[in-house]
Design a protein around this ligand. Sequence first.
Ligand code: SF4
Ligand code: SF4
Length: 300
Amino acid sequence: MQIIANPGIKKTMKIAPDKSFKIAIASGKGGTGKTLVATNLFYVLKKNIDNVALVDCDAEAPNVMGFYNNYKFNSDYDITLKAPVIMKEKCNFCGKCKEYCSFNAIFLIHETIQVVYDLCHGCGACFFACKYGAIKEKHLKLGKVSHYSNGKESSIIESRLKIGVLSSVPVIKASINESDKNQICILDSPPGTSCPFIQTIEKADYVVLVAEPTPFGLSDLKQSVETLKTMNKKYGVIINREGIGNFDIYDYLKFENINILMQIPFSKKIASCYSKGDILVDFMPELQNDFLSMFNTIIN
Ligand code: SF4
Ligand code: SF4
């Protein structure tokens, strides 16, 4: 596949036609501008590529659709977990199911037995362990994955965790799998470096870390970088709110030989756009070429 870049971008971009190329937009903490970058990159790319998807992987607080209310709802489906229900009248309290459960999700003391559903991963080991037919299954709803589109092939996929459910990982995983048919996928990652972040970037071909040039921003960036190193991921950094804080982050990036992909200035206009749910490049078209240029760098 070849994309003809906008005027001002001299390079052409080549992507293997048979592969879904996934770019995760991530950061060590919330509020650094991940969604700002993800929504604008998607906006710029879909002008150039038919088959591009934006996946909102922040299942605990999805907000991408706040920027794309012109996209229409297409479909959704529930993400469920196959969990055990112990029938006490058939149970002889032998403890085999508890022994097989690697997640400590079965509580057994004397003749009291209970499944702790917040810990259950739906692995099915306890079903296999019980030889007395004392376990039946039930489907627990964890959340849902929704599809939105603008009538063309570009689409937005939203993961949303059910209130009260502890882990967003299965919902995120399902939403990313849904994007496999798109040639380019932008994954708006959950903040932090815990399991939801790992689940999101695990399938990414490239990770864009968004960081602020402040001591707090640098501290979180270091954690993200160390995590990505252990996962052997390719990555680069966007400095958001350039102009606040200090220069320590630049020293760190230079020392670590990490590419600065783009800088977004600290500006009231940008903050105002974002807070209204507007797409920034509509109001600052000069940033369009910066996003395309960054994409060009990533895929080359
Ligand atoms: S393995 Fe079956 S019979 Fe044994 S404690 Fe578990 S549910 Fe009860
Ligand atoms: S399904 Fe797996 S995780 Fe859940 S209770 Fe059974 S053994 Fe434990």
